[in-house]
Design a protein around this ligand. Structure first.
Ligand code: AMP
Length: 178
């Protein structure tokens, strides 16, 4: 039976910190122990979608790759569609692209030009907000396809990196903030 009243602290307690992965200086937040536990995974999706009534959202948009896990489960729960924002070169149909800066170099994300109907109400979901470059670029893609971003939701936020500054004007919510 699912543990009642699961809190974000219960989730934070099992997120594994891996120092210096994938590069020296990075404290990687390993969410796989949460995913592997049926009660924690279900509780995490319940908490992520707590503000949203089923049937009020057209699509949940997930960011490549760990964002897909949370967004697809949230979409199923909310009876909404699922839309992927992928790394450049992975989507087969015509796309819009957005390039953003990384510490060294840049990265590009893409969305199908017809991923949602203009005016669709969407949630944007990713596992973790760090500098905000990825989510900021995804939000711009959603504006290009004419979606209305109802909320941007993260499991984890590294608050000291100030990623929210890339998401000004959108409601942003995170379950666990470091
Ligand atoms: P950013 O664009 O800097 O906000 O980075 C966000 C993306 O990078 C997310 O999709 C995360 O999956 C990944 N990421 C960045 N930093 C970490 C970290 N410390 N631990 C785990 N994933 C991370």
């Amino acid at each position: 039976m699912r543990k009642p009243n699961l809190t974000p602290d219960d989730l934070a307690a099992v997120v594994r910190n891996i120092p210096d992965f994938p590069k020296p200086g990075i404290q990687f937040k390993d969410i796989t122990p949460v995913l592997a536990d049926p009660h924690l995974f279900a509780g995490c999706i319940d908490l992520l979608t707590a503000n949203v009534l089923p049937g009020t959202i057209d699509a949940v948009v997930g960011i490549d790759a760990r964002g897909f896990i949370f967004a697809a489960a949230a979409a199923f729960k909310l009876k909404a569609g699922f839309v992927p924002v992928r790394k450049k070169g992975k989507l087969p149909h015509q796309t819009y692209e957005e390039t953003y800066d990384l510490e060294y170099g840049s990265s590009t994300v893409a969305i199908h030009i017809d991923a949602v109907h203009p005016g669709s109400r969407v949630l944007l979901v990713d596992d973790l907000l760090a500098t905000g470059g990825t989510a900021g670029a995804a939000a711009k893609l959603l504006q290009k396809v004419g979606a209305e971003i109802v909320e941007v939701i993260f499991f984890i936020e590294l608050g000291f990196l100030k990623g929210r500054e890339q998401l000004k004007g959108f409601p942003v919510r995170s379950l666990v903030v470091y």
